[in-house]
Ligand binder design. Sequence first.
Ligand code: 5GP
Ligand code: ZN
Length: 113
Amino acid sequence: MDCLFCKIINREIPASIIHETDNILVFDDINPQAPIHKLIIPKEHISTLNDINEGHKILLGEMLLTASELAKKLGVSEPGYRTIFNCNKDAGQIVFHVHMHFLAGRTFNWPPG
Ligand code: 5GP
Ligand code: ZN
């Protein structure tokens, strides 16, 4: 499959991987939008949030739990952080393999741009 993030999972493309389980991978975003910008992705190829189903509940829960644990590890739980799933064109999704952005280390605006 011609998917950038599947290639990172399969080590066909290098990435700065910081955490891995049987189900998920966490690595640095190549174009960081904050001092800390990680991507938390499922190893299963799922194109967009529109494609998730009941069978993905545990996987999605693991992704959120990973974000919370990552925040503790990086010392940003208290100042705060932002998690984002972009879905399709209007949200600016460019890689069609579900991923959670984990951003921290600065103040973020609300509403987002
Ligand atoms: P999206 O806009 O689809 O939500 O976000 C895709 C993210 O993937 C972007 O933040 C972009 O910088 C990141 N990205 C794109 N190509 C690569 C790559 O080859 N390696 C890594 N580590 N991140 C990438
Ligand atoms: Zn993929």
